[in-house]
Ligand binder design. Structure first.
Ligand code: ARG
Length: 459
């Protein structure tokens, strides 16, 4: 296809430069947004008397059929065009003649592409919000199912204090709810229309920017024409939210990998989300969780790539900004793919609660509660901490758990120990006495699940 820009330059480039410069291979994804924007632009031109209203309608209906044909597969995008804007305008002109050439009045590809990207980003944000909602709801359901399943809570990956699997899962639910808030917030801020900025300085035609903005579902217009065509900060904001989603997914995935290992045996992933080995028949590999963890680098990299691309760019439009597309598309596709598998993987996992409980029993994770027992009887915490530490050391040397030590031995260490000790250091008590707000007690976890579910509704 011919270039849109034969002026001072001839429109002929070397083949290598032409293919280097072209963006059609990736920006053809913006066809729908490009055509929707052009239809509104044509109608605005008609409404303002810049072209005839009948002309505007003819352009709009030709654009609509073009869009339908491409979407249905009846018409292929011609990849010899420089970009999607060139393809649409030249196909339109081939169909309705020189009237097609009127469409580009009072606009530039600079505000056109800025509009396309905002529309695309808005759609993507909506999809990510929906997927996060399903993931949070899968986590809340699992947390409900296992709100009483005692497991070791860890710090430094060392058994620390008993919690429940439900408590642990609620933590992820809150992380993904905050991610959803970040995407919602970025979506709100990006929803302003750049169209009408033209190349950079606005236009001499009597355009109606507010009309175009409203027709395309924007909350208003970007107030400065240079700003309209030169920033991609809204993509940075979304990418930053996507990077955090990936980091959260990666931490969850890492735990799924650990928990499903023979060493932990805390969960069993559904075979829908695991693979076998071509050589070791006993293997059940958590590939989906691993791949999710592995893809995090791509998304974090996209954020860095976008920031670096924008850094030091003079105002207003520069061709560097064409790079925004592959960066954003890749990150969006990756996050969407990860979230799409994450929810059903969580929904279908099964906890091996007996193994969780066994691990919780073995790690002296009730040692804090042993110290607290004495503290509640008046011993200063630092002293009871020391006593509990000595008891744990002795128990570990003998290979017994704290509840296997007879009361006579406890009493020999400190006469304040009484029969009620065993109840005080039972795992169920350790979990359920942590009734501080947000704590591990089943009653607290239930409150967390209620608050998560309430937040889910608040889309
Ligand atoms: N393909 C270009 C991009 O994505 C479209 C805008 C071209 N504008 C220009 N002045 N060359 O940025």
């Amino acid at each position: 296809m011919a270039k849109l820009w034969e002026g001072l330059v001839s429109g002929v480039m070397s083949e290598a430069a032409d293919s280097f410069n072209a963006s059609i291979k990736f920006d053809k994804r913006l066809l729908e947004e490009d055509i929707d924007g052009s239809i509104v632009h044509a109608r605005m031109l008609g409404k303002q008397g810049i072209i005839e209203e009948a002309e505007a309608e003819k352009i709009a209906s030709a654009l609509l059929s073009l869009k339908e044909e491409v979407l249905s597969g009846a018409l292929a995008v011609d990849e010899t065009a420089e970009d999607v804007h060139t393809f649409v305008e030249q196909t339109l002109t081939a169909r309705i003649g020189s009237l097609g050439k009127k469409l580009h009045t009072a606009r530039s590809r600079n505000d056109q592409v800025a509009l396309d990207m905002r529309l695309f980003a808005r759609k993507t944000a909506g999809e990510v919000i929906e997927l996060l909602t399903s993931l949070v709801s899968a986590l809340a359901d699992k947390a409900e199912e296992y709100k009483g399943a005692v497991m070791p809570g860890y710090t430094h990956l060392q058994r620390a204090q008993p919690i429940t699997f439900g408590h642990h899962l609620c933590c992820y639910a809150y992380q993904f709810l905050r991610d959803r808030d970040r995407v919602k917030d970025a979506k709100k801020r990006l929803n302003l229309s750049p169209i009408g900025s033209a190349a950079l300085a606005g236009t001499t035609y009597p355009i109606d920017r507010a009309f175009e903005a409203k027709s395309l579902g924007f909350d208003g217009v970007i107030p400065n024409s240079l700003d309209g065509v030169s920033d991609r900060d809204y993509l940075v904001e979304l990418l930053s939210a996507f990077a955090l989603i990936s980091v959260h997914l990666s931490r969850l995935s890492e735990e799924l990998v650990l928990w499903s290992s023979w060493e932990f045996k805390f969960i069993e992933l559904s075979s829908d989300f695991t693979t076998g080995s071509s050589i070791m028949p006993q293997k059940k590999n958590p590939d989906i969780a691993e791949l999710t963890r592995g893809k995090t680098g791509r998304v974090v990299g996209s954020l860095v790539a976008m920031l670096t691309m924008l850094k030091s760019l003079p105002l207003a439009y520069n061709k560097d900004m064409q790079e925004d597309k592959e960066i954003f598309f890749d990150a969006a596709d990756t996050v969407i793919a990860c979230l799409t598998v994450a929810s059903p993987m969580i929904a279908s996992l099964r906890a091996k609660t007996e193994n969780m409980e066994k691990a919780a029993k073995e790690g002296y994770i009730n040692a804090t509660d042993l110290a607290d027992y004495l503290t509640k009887k008046g011993v200063p915490f630092r002293e009871s901490y020391k006593t509990a530490g000595a008891i744990v050391r002795a128990a570990a040397a003998k290979g017994v758990t704290l509840d296997e030590i007879p009361l006579s031995e406890y009493k020999a260490i400190d006469p304040l120990f009484g029969e009620d000790l065993y109840e005080a250091i039972s795992l169920e008590t350790c979990v359920n006495k942590r009734t501080s707000e947000g704590g591990s007690a089943v009653s607290e976890v239930e409150k967390q699940i209620v608050s998560i579910r309430k937040e889910i509704e608040n889309v």
